[in-house]
Structures are given as structure tokens and as C-alpha cells.
Design a binder for this molecule. Structure first.
Ligand code: ADP
Ligand code: MG
Length: 354
């Protein structure tokens, strides 16, 4: 029994934050997701009562992690309406935590999370490098786990590949089941497309569907985007859907997928923003404003590329991985404490996200 519970809080209804559109019914099954999907169903049938605790779903962008995480929550709410389910992204969780520290309500934050029966945290890779949030999550996790509550996590990486997550937390992640979402095979891509057409009551020649499914392979979100764009083009512009139009749309999407931000590009954007040249950014200068710009370049390289810390360091004037790690932490801290600095981060983030 938790002595810290605020009297009456047990009666507070906690909004699940679930999206009912993300159900198991419309999460189409294929070889690429069978394991994750059935593990998800098993958990939904017996939350906290299987060895899949935590259930960690991992895989690349747009492969259905968020969808599946919601589907599990929605199914649990349906089967066990009295259970308190909460879906939250690791990013919001982190913000709430930082806020609670500022407002001196850290204990309330913890107690709130201890009330949850099924806690779903999306994109836990976001916790990397955030020691304070990891620490509080570690305690919440232990409490929930010990009390037979279910924890569901998603991540863009397998636990072994996660960087800057404390060992003790990583070991918890590995306690249950880590299930991977792979890129969908051709058959699954076709059924996902058919499902969208069916949902929207639209017909399209097989030839077109096949063309789209053949060319967009790595990401379900892009696949959906392309077909939705085709539907829109044909209905709003009254254009006939033919292979030509499909080609144009697919080309646009495939180009977008390929565009990946490079470390060079990030350094250039950061330098331009502070009106420095990239040589200065990479130099040994310890002038405060240049150090900050340098740290921001490292921070965004970590955020937007898949490069290792060592690699990021070596490309910014031969610095080591510890320096990069320190830069990432410093930026996180400054964002939380320094309004002006936070504005820098938001501005640059916007420039890089366009
Ligand atoms: P992630 O969180 O892995 O980046 P999302 O869960 O946001 O990916 O999925 C991207 C889009 O693809 C969503 O609109 C989702 O509904 C759809 N999607 C992914 N996998 C499937 C699937 N197996 N069946 C139907 N739709 C899917
Ligand atoms: Mg997601």
C-alpha cells in the first residue's frame, strides 16, 4: 500500500489518451508484424498476467509501433473498462517530469503514475541521455511491475542498440518480450492499401495498387500517404487515376523518404543561424557563444542522424564521444532552464525539420 496517495485521488478518472482509430481490426497482419501483433493481443487479453511484461515493440519509423500500442490499450479498455490505461509519449512524459521538478510536485508526478494499471510509453528512445527522467521512470516501472501492472513500451531500436539509457533500465526493458516490427512484405502492403480504399469507399485499378506497393516498401506511413494523395487527386481534381499520376505521386513520396539530414548540413544550418562559419564551429575556441553553437550542432546531429556519438565528435573538430554526450546533456539542461536558449533550439529545430 502506498502511504503517499493523495486522499480521494483513486476516484479521479484518468483519461486514457487513446486513439480509437488505432485498433487491432485495422492493424493488418502479415509476416512482418505477426509476432508483435499476437504478443500485443496476448497482453490485451491478460494485462499484467503474461510474461510479456514489459512488452517492448521496436522497429523503424512508420512501421506501426504507435498504432499497435494504441490498439493494445483500446482493446484492454474494451475488455476491462475498470482498468486505468494511460498512453503517453516519452517526450510528454519527460516534459511533465521536468515541469514537476520545477513546481516541486515530483512526488505527485510519481504517485499519479503509480495509479495506472496499464502504462503505455511510446518512443522510449527519447529518454536517451535524460538521466533524471530515466531515474524516475525506473522507480515507476519497478512499482508497477511489482504490483502486477502492465507496461508497454515502443522504441525505434532494440534494447541492445539503445544509447545513453542506464544499464539498470535497459535490463528492465529486457525482462519481458522485445518484439520487432519489420518492413511489410508485398502482400501485406497490398492488403494495407486495399483496406484504406475499402475504408474510404474508393475503387482503384489493381495495376495502380500494385505499382504503389511495389515502389514504396520501407514505411507504412508513406504507403498510406501515397494512396491518400492519389485518392485526393482523383476526387478533388477530378483527375483520372492512371499509372502516370501514380508515378508522379510515388516519386514525390520516394524522394521525401530518401532525404536524410547529414551532419554537414546540420553544422551549416547551426553556423548560419549564429552567423559563424563552420570552421569556427569546428575550431578549438572556447568562447562561450561558440561553444554553445558547437554543442547545438552535436545535439542535433544526435537527434537527426543515426551517426554514433564517436562519429559525430570526429566530424566536429576531432572531439570524442564523451564530449558529444556532454553536449547533448548540456543542451537538454539549458532548454529546461534558459528561455533564450530554448528559443535557439526551437528555431533550429524548425529549420532542420522543413
Ligand atoms: P510508428 O509509430 O512505428 O512510426 P505508426 O504506428 O505511426 O508508425 O504507423 C504509421 C501509419 O501506418 C499509421 O497510420 C498506421 O495506422 C499505419 N500502419 C502501420 N502498420 C499498419 C498495419 N499493419 N496495418 C494497417 N496500418 C498500419
Ligand atoms: Mg510512432
Amino acid at each position: 500500500k502506498n502511504p503517499f496517495i493523495i486522499p480521494g485521488i483513486r476516484n479521479v478518472k484518468i483519461e486514457s489518451q487513446l486513439n480509437a482509430n488505432y485498433s487491432f481490426d485495422n492493424f493488418l497482419e502479415g509476416d512482418s508484424n505477426r509476432l508483435s501483433r499476437s504478443a500485443g493481443l496476448a497482453v490485451a487479453n491478460k494485462p499484467g498476467g503474461t510474461s510479456f511484461n514489459p512488452l517492448l515493440i521496436f522497429g523503424g519509423v512508420g512501421l506501426g509501433k504507435t498504432h499497435l500500442a494504441h490498439a493494445i490499450g483500446v482493446e484492454i479498455k474494451d475488455k476491462f473498462p475498470e482498468k486505468t490505461v494511460l498512453y503517453i509519449s516519452a517526450e510528454i512524459f519527460t516534459q511533465q517530469y521536468i515541469e514537476s521538478v520545477k513546481k516541486n510536485t515530483r512526488n505527485d508526478f510519481i504517485h499519479f503514475y503509480q495509479l495506472i494499471d496499464v502504462l503505455i510509453i511510446d518512443d522510449v528512445q527519447f529518454l536517451s541521455g535524460k538521466a533524471g527522467t530515466q531515474d524516475v521512470f525506473f522507480h515507476i516501472f519497478n512499482y508497477l511491475h511489482q504490483n502486477g501492472k502492465q507496461v508497454i513500451l515502443t522504441s525505434d531500436k532494440a534494447p541492445v542498440d539503445m544509447q545513453d539509457i542506464e544499464q539498470r533500465l535497459l535490463s528492465r526493458f529486457k525482462w519481458g518480450l522485445s518484439a520487432e516490427l519489420h518492413q511489410p512484405d508485398y502482400e501485406t502492403r497490398i492488403s494495407i492499401l486495399r483496406n484504406i480504399l475499402y475504408r474510404d469507399g474508393v475503387e482503384m485499378p489493381d495495376e495502380i495498387l500494385e505499382y504503389v506497393a511495389k515502389h514504396i516498401k520501407s514505411n507504412v506511413r508513406e504507403l498510406e500517404g501515397a494512396i491518400i494523395s492519389l485518392i485526393a487527386q482523383s476526387s478533388f481534381n477530378k483527375r483520372e487515376i492512371n499509372i502516370e499520376l501514380a508515378k508522379q505521386v510515388v516519386e514525390k513520396f520516394v524522394k521525401n523518404i530518401k532525404r536524410e539530414i547529414s551532419i554537414d548540413y546540420i553544422q551549416k544550418v547551426v553556423s548560419d543561424y549564429f552567423q559563424l562559419d563552420t570552421e569556427t564551429l569546428k575550431s578549438k575556441t572556447r568562447k562561450r557563444h561558440i561553444v554553445q553553437a558547437r554543442q547545438l550542432a552535436m545535439y542535433f546531429s544526435k537527434k537527426f542522424t543515426k551517426a554514433s556519438l564517436a562519429n559525430i565528435g570526429s566530424q566536429i573538430g576531432d572531439r570524442d564521444h564523451a564530449t558529444v554526450l556532454h553536449a547533448v546533456k548540456t543542451v537538454d539542461n539549458l532548454v529546461a532552464t534558459d528561455k533564450q536558449f530554448k528559443k535557439f533550439v526551437e528555431d533550429i529545430n524548425k529549420k532542420l525539420s522543413i
